[in-house]
Design a binder for this molecule. Structure first.
Ligand SMILES: Nc1ncnc2c1ncn2[C@@H]1O[C@H](COP(=O)(O)OP(=O)(O)OP(=O)(O)O)[C@@H](O)[C@H]1O
Ligand SMILES: [Mg+2]
Length: 372
């Protein structure tokens, strides 16, 4: 089996490093504070949070993970949220009793799934979810916590909460967070610029509401050791220089390191035992070949300005609003560049780190360098 995993949460033996960050998150939350975790896409935020939750559970906290990405309406939020809370309750009867007592306009019922396991179903008694119902639902974790263990909420893809703002969601949640004594929150998301705006803009509800933690890349020496030990399991050797070269090809992004390593392993497993620069290049090219149609379509879909900007970003991502950059890459006014930047960031195609912009997928960048 391929020793490199990518695409979903990595746990146990597949997760390395992040000790310092884990410790920071744990002590912040355990001390009764809230936190927001910033990192570009695919740096390992969700995996880190799962690791942290495991540790906090052993310390006696109840940890509830909630992903805002699939939320599409206020009802869907309520159903998923209550179910996320319910997953942590061993006693479903108690949960039903709690909801019946605490949320006036929702009737909980116990049903059974296809396997005969008890299942919670919710019936809304109002035509439209009222502010009161939402408020009651947001209080559930505190009500549960007050009967014993402290509770921690992990809100992933939190920038998506803006979808619910027509219900005054951000403001309401902020006020709940301030009132609740037994519950703390960790916020994270893959659209850094939106998340950053939520927590750094004085006019937004979450301004100044949480400690900030910026997640960087994984330390290269640890990555090299990890790559060497995983390849070694299959009798494959990779020298430090080649491992470093592999990392460089991926823009040092955790997800793409694992993707490229998996491709190299696949390429070598039956025939070769030493990773060479050539094998790394061949594997990187194979990844691009496999994604070529998608990359072509992705590029094609962009406006002319966005295309120009993407091509420019394959060379440099610094001072992109300067007149020098504009002239060099034949862009128009800085305001037009700004619009293209926002649109590309909203769709997750580009990202920003310390005022430098970059193409999120290093293989898309290579595709653009070679083909566009
Ligand atoms: N600490 C780690 N050890 C090993 N691999 C990691 C680590 N962190 C991230 N990865 C790699 O990155 C991939 C993506 O991780 P994860 O989904 O946790 O990132 P994310 O930042 O939440 O991504 P997204 O921005 O898409 O939500 C993992 O599947 C794994 O291949
Ligand atoms: Mg994630």
């Amino acid at each position: 089996m391929n020793p490199f995993h990518y695409g979903s949460i990595v746990r146990g033996d597949y997760f390395y490093d992040r000790k310092e960050e884990s410790d920071r998150i744990i002590s912040t939350l355990a001390n009764g504070n809230n936190m927001v975790l910033f990192a570009p896409r695919r740096y390992g935020k969700t995996s880190l949070v799962f690791k942290v939750m495991e540790q906090l559970e052993t310390m006696g906290f109840t940890c509830i993970y909630f992903d805002f990405l699939p939320v599409y309406s206020i009802e869907s939020f309520i159903i998923s949220y209550i179910n996320a809370i319910r997953k942590k309750q061993t006693n479903i009867q108690r949960m039903v009793k709690l909801i019946s007592g605490a949320v006036k306009n929702i009737r909980p019922k116990i049903g059974f799934d296809n396997f005969g396991n008890p299942e919670l179903s919710l019936e809304f008694t109002e035509n439209q979810v009222s502010a009161q119902t939402l408020s009651d639902v947001l209080d559930l974790p505190e009500k549960l916590a007050s009967s014993g263990k402290k509770t921690l909420l992990f809100f992933d893809e939190f920038q998506e909460v803006t979808k619910l703002n027509k219900y005054g969601f951000e403001n309401l949640l902020r006020s709940k967070i301030q009132q609740q004594q037994q519950v703390n929150y960790l916020f994270l998301g893959s659209k850094t610029h939106l998340l950053s705006e939520m927590f750094n803009n004085k006019n937004r509800a979450f301004y100044n509401s949480a400690f900030h933690l910026q997640l960087g890349t994984l330390p290269q020496l640890d990555t090299i050791a990890y790559l060497q030990s995983k390849f070694e399991l299959s009798g494959i050797k990779i020298e430090k220089e080649e491992a470093l070269y592999l990392i460089e090809q991926t823009g040092d992004i955790p997800y793409y390191i694992q993707l490229l390593a998996a491709e190299i392993w696949q390429y070598m497993i039956t025939s070769q035992t030493l990773v060479t620069y050539k094998i790394i290049d061949t594997s990187a090219s194979r990844i691009i070949e496999l994604k070529e149609d998608y990359y072509h379509e992705l590029f094609d879909r962009q406006s002319e300005m966005q295309k120009k900007l993407l091509i420019a970003l394959t060379c440099s991502g610094e001072n992109i609003f300067s007149s020098h950059f504009t002239r060099q890459y034949r862009l128009s006014a800085a305001s037009t560049t700004q619009k293209a930047v926002l649109s590309l960031m909203d769709s997750g195609i580009i990202d920003k780190n310390n005022n430098t912009y970059f193409i999120s997928d290093p293989f898309f960048k290579r595709y653009l360098q070679n083909y566009a």
